[in-house]
Design a protein around this ligand. Structure first.
Ligand code: AMP
Length: 541
């Protein structure tokens, strides 16, 4: 017997429509690419998104068309998110930090019809324009005053496009399974793969991240996503904020410590979110200037494992609670969060930090298991580790225009490529990325654990551990570090620091000092580059 309830589709347009109706004066504040701070409300954003929707229809955009964006976090990007998906077209966000040839590959693979580009990226798009096969037009996301003089014919100005149309527009209704947005994964191996989200997956993911045990969003919150809108939809924050009325603050291109601090303070931000590399810069600025941000209550750290010392610094030096999160582009992206209970907050510091280094528990909707090499589930004992598999309504079931995904099994689980343990209470902890584990003498060494020890040394700013070939042991760990400003630790200092903290055979064979670590497009350390560079290091010593 079927239930007698309305079958209203879960559509992205309804999120902003709700925000505009119920939190009409809720604020969206943006640091613009042009410089000044821009502020308006959910009601204004809704009106302009409808103007843009009319403009897109006039440009010939139809349901299912892909519209590319190469842009920072800002209010125009937000309007494009809603106008494009709201129409039934697909908002394809792109990472400008990718190599230009990869960007061209992605645009052609997605067959983007139009591109919306921030001023910063005009030279980038001009450099690849001749390689683009499907693009019918480019819109520069600025006003007439700031339009570059050199652009080709047919390139349009965003504000002209929007202002040429009225806000008289009704969002169409269609199936909630309709594709809404497209995001290619970082593509550290082979070509990037496209994850195609749906309206349903996006709205359900928004419900999930807004929950109290996840990001706890409501009107009392002022939220600044540092995580880019081109990286898994800024972890879903631009969708969950109009849903809940939280104030939304966009940092634009200024992601350095001083600029972020200024915006966090001026907009009384309570919750911010980003990858650990961003927080390295912020914490170092706070230490130099002697103060943090009084309004800031919580920081979400994910994308890579935050060093234990970083969690400790936020909490004890600056009074900001850390929410450690884990996810993947394939998961919209939130897969787990670590929010401590009242009791756990009161644990002795070391025990609390041990717990916070875990990637946390899945919100309702995500199922997880760790499996051995035969695919058999392993016990949830916090010790047995194997590959982490996931499934749920906001996990992709394949990739865009790829006939067969090797990441999905017949039972519909996605293999994450991460190795993890799950404990009795459901806390998942990543041991390593499958390809980053160091295999020494037939046993596994976790690079994450070694990096944690290294970054808790008072002179170390950043650390990366890689496995490099060794005749006797197959692989041995090498530690690459960046020292803190004006500190010069010695190799003996650093290696001695590991004594007693990890098994002796885990201690890296050598340390190399660098001035910076190579970062990929999403702020993760590119270990493949380090492995290539130091492949011969032990042999040459
Ligand atoms: P992406 O799709 O670019 O967001 O990358 C997803 C991958 O980032 C995951 O499969 C993990 O390997 C890694 N990752 C994300 N969050 C964390 C975290 N909190 N700790 C460790 N690794 C993480």
């Amino acid at each position: 017997m079927r239930g007698l309830m309305m079958n209203r589709p879960l559509l992205i347009s309804s999120l902003l429509e709700h925000g505009a109706r119920v939190y009409a004066d809720g604020e969206i504040v943006s640091r613009t690419v042009e410089g000044p701070i821009h502020r308006y409300t959910y009601a204004d954003a809704h009106r302009r998104s409808k103007q843009l929707a009319n403009a897109l229809v006039a440009l010939g955009v139809e349901e299912g068309d892909r519209i590319g964006t190469i842009a920072w976090n800002g209010y125009r990007h937000f309007e494009i998110y809603y106008a494009v998906s709201g129409l039934g077209a697909i908002c394809h966000t792109m990472n400008p930090r990718l190599h230009p040839s990869q960007l061209a590959y992605i645009i052609n693979h997605a067959k983007d019809k139009y591109l919306f580009v921030d001023l910063t990226f005009v030279p980038l798009i001009e450099a690849i324009a001749d390689k683009l096969k499907s693009v019918e037009g480019i819109v520069i996301m600025t006003d007439r005053e700031h339009m570059p003089s050199s652009v080709r014919d047919g390139v349009q100005c965003y504000e002209d496009v929007v202002h040429a149309h009225s806000d008289d527009f009704s969002w169409p209704e269609f199936s909630e399974q309709t594709a809404s947005s497209l995001c290619y994964t970082s593509g550290t191996t082979g070509n990037p793969k496209g994850v195609l989200y749906s309206h349903r997956s996006t709205v359900l993911h928004s419900f999930a991240i807004a929950l109290p045990g996840v990001l706890h969003l409501d009107e009392s919150q002022s939220v600044l996503p540092v995580v880019p809108m081109f990286h898994a939809n800024a972890w879903g924050i631009p969708y969950a904020t109009p849903m809940t009325g939280a104030k939304l603050v966009f940092p634009g291109p200024a992601l350095d410590g001083p600029s972020l601090t200024e915006l966090l303070r001026d907009e009384e931000v309570t919750l911010t979110a980003g990858v650990p590399t961003v927080w390295v810069g912020l914490l170092s600025h706070w230490r130099e200037s002697g103060s943090g941000v009084p309004s800031l209550q919580r920081v979400v750290v994910g994308g890579s494992a935050p060093p234990r010392a970083m969690i400790d610094a936020f909490e004890r030096e600056f009074g900001v609670a850390v929410i450690h999160g884990w996810g993947m582009t394939e998961m919209s992206p939130v897969g787990s969060v670590n929010v401590l209970s009242f009791k756990e907050r009161a644990l002795p510091v070391d025990a609390r930090l041990d717990l916070q280094c875990k990637q946390g528990r899945p919100p309702f909707g995500v199922e997880m298991k760790v499996v051995d090499e035969q695919g058999k589930p392993l016990p949830r004992d916090g010790k047995s580790f194997g590959e982490l598999k996931v499934r749920g309504p906001w996990v992709c079931n394949g990739y865009y225009r790829l006939r067969r995904s090797t990441m999905h099994d017949e039972d519909g689980w996605l293999a994450t490529g991460d190795y993890a343990t799950i404990d009795e209470r459901g806390f998942m902890q990543i041991t390593d990325r499958k390809k980053d584990l160091v295999k020494s003498g037939g046993e596994w060494i976790s690079s994450i654990e070694l990096e944690d020890v290294a970054t808790s040394h008072p002179d170390v700013a950043q650390a990366a551990v890689i496995g490099i070939p060794d005749e006797k042991w197959t692989e041995r760990p090498l530690l690459v570090i960046v020292a803190k400003k004006n500190r010069s630790p010695t190799k003996e200092d650093i290696l001695g620091f590991f004594k007693g903290k990890v098994a002796d055979w885990w201690i890296p064979d050598d340390v190399v000092f660098e001035t910076e670590l190579p970062l990929g497009g999403t702020g993760k350390v590119q270990k493949t580059l380090l492995r290539e560079r130091f492949a011969q290091h032990l042999a040459e010593r």
